[in-house]
Write a protein that binds this ligand. Structure first.
Ligand code: ADP
Ligand code: MG
Length: 595
């Protein structure tokens, strides 16, 4: 194991490293730093989040640039404002003894003229988000024609976020003979393409196996009905009283919604997404760092900047669209040598994605059950007992002790304990005593059908007179309906499009809303008609080939027919009754005591 001295860094940098308290280089630093110091040229480095990539490119860049010159020599591109600021901050710390060094952050949402002014003063290194950088170049506020070193940090994420064109544009303003260092957690083909098109014979280093998830993170999944997702989330939180977590949702809207519900239900939660102002985001992040927020609900993009080391749980409230993104999410926990848990709440339609993720991260998921009400009560009770056991006594109480004692004169110790605990515990108990089982069995036939099953008793099947001919596939139709009716992702299910008509389901409660919305409804100049379908829905997905004509069809024709035998078998397999539920939880949610 080498030391930072062995890597060949100069005294100014070594001094800063001592100040930072870094004792030995991380693996990516050990591999990248000597390579970058001893020769010019391009580099592709693959390493997970939290492995110390900033220092891996930061130290060599600081070593190589000329601080006596005011020319911009280094450009670091990173996907988000938060990361941009974080890297700038780290670079300043690393270079604190490099006299004359000026590192400037360039990112959206803050005054472009201020940033331009700072650069004018002479910035040897610019750390930028692609969007703002491109903007600055086109306004001629920055000159990057003498760049010698460019870094693409979190390259996979920048491409995910659609920055490919901006990056291409930015790099076209830099010299051909510069060195490009690309850092990425994963290597999807888009990143490989960038490496191929913009880099010359790059050296490659990999820390850990490619695309492998951090090893001190365990992966768990929980199978529930889609509409129980939120209840499941609450149970996971309640079953882990000391949880300090990032909860991932797919959209800004869901992120906001889930956070609001959690707050309403008394959890210490907050939302982090791109629709919030800079100031709001900073407030949320500060509260999270101080652990005033225990559950930070975030979008993938917003979460890229989270540099908090002791996250205990990552909860995938919804799975990401891109499997690669899962690696980033789970990398938010298990940092800095700690262990962490990455939990995924899935509905049946998503279970097969778990298998794909397992293949990519080369780790197994453990299927676990959402704890039942009584388990949670027990966990909460023991957590409370431990808290009381560890509580430091406040001796202000001493002088009231005699009057309190007098009151409890005839109360036994057991009874006193029971009464004392009941103060907190009854809330949880009342809430959970009738809680239903949220777990769904995953008999393979159900999983194979790739469908999200809900009892037909509780849902309504509709016929709608648009289909493939009108440009709808099931996803487009689902999006269309969601948007029209202002519903969430899980509210519309079993969408099946035929050529000229389609079917979909909603919970019974939405029936009036759906029918009312599509009364005299026109879309693209034609009437769109929605009726309740007599068929409650089937499991098979085979298209009804006879259903091509719209004209002259009688209502009965609109019933769906089972496609083939195996479909029918599947649908029978699915029509088993739902687990008895002893009443859904009403409004009496337990309030958490705030800390
Ligand atoms: P990455 O970019 O790979 O996600 P960072 O560069 O943000 O990782 O580093 C993660 C954390 O580890 C930071 O807080 C950083 O200061 C710290 N760190 C980096 N290198 C070392 C080291 N050699 N020893 C101790 N801590 C380090
Ligand atoms: Mg980084």
């Amino acid at each position: 194991m080498s030391t930072f001295q062995d890597l060949g860094l100069n005294e100014d940098l070594l001094q800063a490293i001592t100040d930072l308290g870094f004792t030995k280089p991380s693996e990516v630093q050990e591999k990248a730093i000597p390579l970058l110091l001893e020769s010019e040229g391009d580099l592709v480095a693959l390493a997970q989040t939290g492995t110390g990539k900033t220092a891996a490119f930061g130290f060599p860049m600081l070593e190589k640039i000329d601080v006596d010159s005011r020319t911009t020599q280094g450009l670091i591109l990173s996907p988000t404002r938060e990361l941009c600021l974080q890297i700038t901050h780290e670079m300043k710390l690393y270079g604190k003894y490099c006299k004359g060094l000026n590192v400037v952050a360039v990112y959206g949402g803050s005054s472009i003229t201020d940033q331009a002014r700072e650069i004018k003063r002479g910035a040897q290194i610019i750390v930028a988000t692609p969007g703002r950088m491109k903007d600055m170049i086109s306004r001629r506020l920055v000159d990057i024609s003498k760049i010698q070193y460019s870094v693409l940090d979190e390259a996979d994420e920048m491409l995910n976020m659609g920055f490919k064109e901006d990056i291409t544009d930015i790099l076209s303003h830099t010299p051909e003979d510069k060195s490009t260092w690309l850092f990425s957690a994963t290597m999807p083909k888009e990143v490989a393409a960038i490496a191929k098109n913009f880099m010359y014979n790059p050296k490659e280093i990999t820390v850990g196996r490619k695309n492998e998830s951090t090893t001190n993170v365990s992966h768990e999944y929980y199978l529930v009905n889609a509409r129980d997702r939120y209840q499941a989330l609450k149970r996971l939180a309640d079953a882990n009283p000391d949880i300090f977590s990032v909860v991932f949702c797919r959209t800004k809207r869901d992120t906001q919604k889930v956070a609001e519900h959690l707050i309403e239900d008394g959890y210490n939660a907050g939302a982090l997404h791109g629709d919030l102002s800079q100031n709001q985001r900073d407030l949320v992040m500060n509260a999270f760092r101080k652990k005033q927020i225990q559950m930070l609900v975030a979008t993938d993009v917003a979460a890229r900047g989270i540099d908090v080391d002791d996250v205990t749980h990552v909860i995938n409230y919804q799975l990401p669209d891109e499997i690669e993104t899962y690696t980033h999410r789970s990398g938010r926990t298990g940092r800095a040598g700690k262990t962490g848990v990455s939990m995924v709440i899935v509905s049946k339609s998503e279970v097969r994605k778990i298998k794909s993720i397992e293949r990519i991260i080369k780790r197994q998921f453990e299927k676990k059950d959402i704890p039942d009400g009584m388990e949670i009560c027990e966990v909460q009770l023991m957590s409370l007992a431990n808290k009381i056991h560890n509580t430091e006594i406040n001796h202000e109480i001493d002088r009231h002790l005699s009057s309190i004692n007098a009151l409890f004169e005839d109360t036994s110790k057991d009874e006193l304990i029971k009464k004392f605990f009941s103060v907190e515990f009854t809330r949880f108990y009342n809430y959970y005593q009738k809680a239903k089982n949220l777990n769904v069995s995953d008999s393979s036939s159900d999983v194979d059908s790739g469908r999200d099953y809900r009892g037909s008793k509780n849902s309504t099947r509709y016929f709608i007179n648009v289909g493939g001919k009108d440009g709808f596939d099931w996803m487009k139709l689902k999006d269309f309906l969601k948007e029209q009716l202002n519903l969430g992702r899980d509210d519309i299910f079993k969408v099946e499009t035929k050529d000229s008509f389609s079917f979909f389901n909603t919970e019974n409660e939405l029936k009036e809303k759906v029918l009312a919305h599509f009364t005299d409804f026109k879309h693209d100049g034609r009437f769109v008609n929605v009726e309740v379908s007599e068929n409650r829905g089937r499991a098979g997905r085979r298209d009804n080939k006879k259903g091509g004509k719209r004209t002259g069809r009688r209502r009965e024709d609109r019933k769906e027919t089972s496609g083939n035998r195996s479909d029918r078998r599947r649908s029978e397999g699915k029509s088993k009754p739902r687990r008895p539920n002893s009443g859904d939880i009403g409004s009496s949610r337990p309030r958490r005591s705030r800390r």
